[in-house]
Design a protein around this ligand. Sequence first.
Ligand code: ADP
Length: 428
Amino acid sequence: MKKKIFQSIALTSIVLVAISYFLCTFIIYTDLEKTTKQTLINETNSLAQLYNKNPDDFLQTKFYSESRITLIQADGKVLLDSRYNLNSLSNHSTRPEFIEAVKKGQAASTRYSDTLNESTYYYALKLDNGNILRLSTTSNTLISTLGSSFMPILLIFASVIVISLIIARILTQKIVDPINHLNLDIPLSNKTYPELQPLLENMSYHNKIRKEFSANVSHELKTPLTSISGYAEIMANNLQGDNTQEFSRKIVDESKQLLRIIEDIIKLSKLDEGNVQLDYETIDYQEVIQNVLRNLENYAGNANVALIDETLPVKGLAVRQIIYEIMYNLIQNAIKYNYENGHVWVSLRDRTSYIEIIVKDDGIGIHDKDKERVFERFYRSDKSHSKQIEGTGLGLAIVKHGVDFHNGTIEVFDYLNHGTKFVIKINK
Ligand code: ADP
């Protein structure tokens, strides 16, 4: 976190410093350039006036100007130069500012020297007698102006990094401290950032679910165990009369229920761990579903319920064991919560962006009020008729968990007049 805060502060500051540096240098530079050019023009104009008044005196004058002053004859011959020896200067008739000044009376031009990173401004004016008066001045180019302040800028960048580190450390401490002192047992009791509220609400919700789950587990385990120990105690005291067989059967049934609950809890906690990821493979959904149908054939036959396979071949990336579990629970429920001579239809389709699985039956159906809750752990709708049918109330919780695990959705609808339809969509 500290690293991230530091990086964003340092990066933002460096970008800001760099942008302001370039902008300031550019503005100051263009302003300076404008002033320099204007000064050069003004100076040329004054000297031209002086010359026009008395050319002879002008030639005798000693100039103390920063600018280089050159007087050029109409044919390009240099008559005077304030900086260079006349013998070293060639004919100036080809200089662009000279040519233009001869034609138009005045001209300005700029020449760059790459090697010196300098630019020279020239301003030339045609005098009354046809000669040309030219002034020039040299200044740094924008690039060399930028370059000249490279070291100070480097120093500023270094300071920005150091300051960012310090700020990042202080900020991280300030942000993290309240988080480290959160009371995770009662998340909503914490007075902290509003931004953490959704997280805390989520934690509180999950704490509640966990507590409810533990309470339910204890209750659900206690019920069959109480029966088992009750019947066993009667038998231990030889008080069962001629009910030995019935009591033993009850003990067997309750033990099986106990085992079913424990197996389901193990499946759920495996899904909760979330480390089944490695088992992802391309599976043949149809094969898995047909396998489930085969394994439930006897179960359906005993209940006198017809299983109707409407699947088509579909392949997709999934965890085989979880898909098997989902289908087993849904189809088993559709048989369990059905009437004699009832039907269960299972379909599988490859839609463009998802795989669609539908399990529907013409059984006893689910009340609207229960539809939302059937996926909750240990929830068994309308206990009156569910109680007589064996189950743990965990099957649909496992189904929902498995579907979520595959990034899918599951919805429950009424089917025909009294049946149920589960629609699963698994994103590809
Ligand atoms: P159980 O072990 O009780 O079957 P489930 O979690 O699988 O637990 O299902 C939860 C409840 O949803 C069941 O008790 C039952 O009332 C209802 N239910 C599930 N599937 C169906 C179905 N196909 N038709 C009618 N009711 C169903």
